[in-house]
Design a protein around this ligand. Structure first.
Ligand code: GLC
Length: 471
């Protein structure tokens, strides 16, 4: 079976979020099960500057009055072939997203992906698309390529990693795209890439079973819930995994000291000590909260605002948080740091080594998300024996087993309603278990580390789906 995975970012080449991790890890798991899988993505300036890929040929795509060059490059990473779409005009820029012409840029990309197949001679059985940036592909495939045998037989799978970002652009984008107009493009007066993909793909997936149910509701669907409802029987929730080789406390070179489930108590202690020291904190015996996140509304930082003073003033907890994003959250973190210099530290930005040290060195990992399609941080945390404290939504609900004080069951702490007070209560609960019930806490650490978050199971679910579509 041949599968082409198409996305706007993929680790290790280009990463802004969890999507890149999925694109970096899923292919390896598919390959291990005998799939001929390749990846295709834009050749951003940041990738091109490294000069790691080989030129394979070119094609053209018409946009408006111009005929645009499409260069195709190839690189191999951990045995997986990556194709890159080169265009100075659209991708020769410092960033990946956030430009005024993003609609045009990714429409171009969607046309280019289909042309690139001819250049490299790889026509997949399954074209696996991800998020809005790839959303026009099933539509173009159906309308512009229906007369070509190699294209005709391709089945499309569209994966939603976050339904909040839909790629909606003014209808006049149509004026420069060479394709016929049908209603599936339009949503509330705009061209909506994600809606188009939901209607036109052979199957739709999202990244956890709970998020699948959530996006079918008004509360989480960002208006597309009823469109998804139309495809209910072709819509699946398949949980992401994490790269358990990269995220492995036994071998991770970025953390202070390696450890396994066997020596987790001393191993984590050594990491915590070094982490506290690096950030200028003390309190090896006090519970240490960590957070690694993009600082956007989705992540529930709002909930911390009204309650964190109380947690700091009425408990012995310390905090080391890392992230960047909305300036209101960055400033909130900075102000806490100056208010509580001995209790609270923030690293504004993103650094892989520091992220790993936080995963390894903290006791409790905060993720109070408003919504969370899957979430990777909570799984990474558990792998390092750090107990996640999460809101029961999306993939967080599917991966974290709540602490049960009667049975000792659990791999973390959870709360249900998006209410500051509920977060506060569960933070005090976690602090209390840490301080006063060390055995229960340790038992949970082991339970968390024993969980299997590898891609194996999910890869089989995708292969199952692919097979059903091909038949
Ligand atoms: C997005 C979602 C996150 C998910 C990731 C990978 O970043 O916000 O929850 O884990 O995509 O699917």
């Amino acid at each position: 079976m041949r599968v082409l995975i198409c996305a706007s970012e993929g680790a290790p080449y280009a990463k802004t979020g969890g999507l890149a991790d999925v694109v970096g890890a899923l292919p390896k798991a598919l390959q291990a099960n005998g799939v001929d899988v390749r990846v295709i993505m834009p050749y951003y300036k940041k990738i091109k500057d490294k000069n790691l890929a080989q030129y394979k040929g070119y094609a053209y795509v018409r946009i408006g009055a111009s005929t645009e060059y499409v260069g195709v490059f190839e690189a191999v990473h951990e045995n997986v072939i990556y194709y890159f779409i080169d265009s100075d005009r659209y991708f020769g820029r410092d960033g990946f997203y956030g430009y005024g012409d993003d609609g045009e840029r990714f429409a171009f990309f969607d046309f280019a992906v289909l042309e690139a197949m001819k250049v490299v001679g790889f026509f997949p059985d399954i074209l696996h698309l991800n998020d809005w940036q790839t959303g026009l592909i099933p539509y173009i495939l159906k309308n512009n390529y229906y007369a070509y045998f190699e294209y005709n037989r391709i089945k499309t799978v569209f994966s939603i990693h976050n339904i909040q970002y839909q790629g909606n652009f003014p209808m006049d984008l149509m004026n420069i795209l060479f394709m016929p107009y049908y209603n599936s493009l339009e949503f509330m007066g705009d061209i909506n890439f994600m809606k188009t993909a939901i209607i036109e793909s052979n199957a739709i997936t999202t990244v956890s079973p709970t998020y699948k149910n959530e996006v079918l509701t008004d509360q989480y669907g960002y208006y597309l819930n009823n469109i998804l409802g139309l495809r209910y029987f072709d819509f699946y929730g398949i949980l992401n995994g994490i790269d358990v080789n990269k995220y492995n406390p036994e071998t991770d070179k970025l953390i202070y000291k390696n450890y396994s489930i066997k020596n987790v108590t001393t191993g984590k202690k050594a990491n915590k000590e070094a982490l506290l020291k690096e950030f200028g904190l003390t309190g090896i015996d006090a519970p240490l909260f960590g957070l690694v996140s993009r600082l956007v509304d989705q992540k529930g930082i709002d909930l911390l605002e009204p309650i964190i003073d109380e947690v700091i003033n009425y408990s012995n907890a310390n905090f080391i948080l890392m992230g960047s994003g909305d300036s209101k959250y960055e400033n909130f973190f900075r102000s806490l740091e100056s208010k509580y210099p001995n209790r609270f530290k923030a690293y504004i930005g993103y650094s892989d080594p520091i992220a790993q040290k936080i995963y390894a060195g903290c006791d409790i990992f905060l993720m109070p998300s408003k919504f969370e399609p899957c979430g990777l941080g909570q799984m990474i945390a558990m792998r390092y024996g750090t107990l996640p404290l999460v809101r029961e939504t999306g993939g967080l609900k599917d991966t974290v087993i709540p602490y049960n004080q009667y049975t000792g069951e659990g791999t973390g702490f959870t709360f249900t309603n998006f209410i500051p007070n509920d977060l506060k209560e569960v933070m005090f609960l976690a602090v209390n278990v840490y301080n006063n019930n060390k055995l229960a806490f340790k038992k949970m650490v082991k339970q968390a580390m024993e969980k299997d978050f590898s891609w194996d199971q999910s890869a089989l679910s995708y292969i199952d789906l692919y097979n059903r579509l091909i038949k």
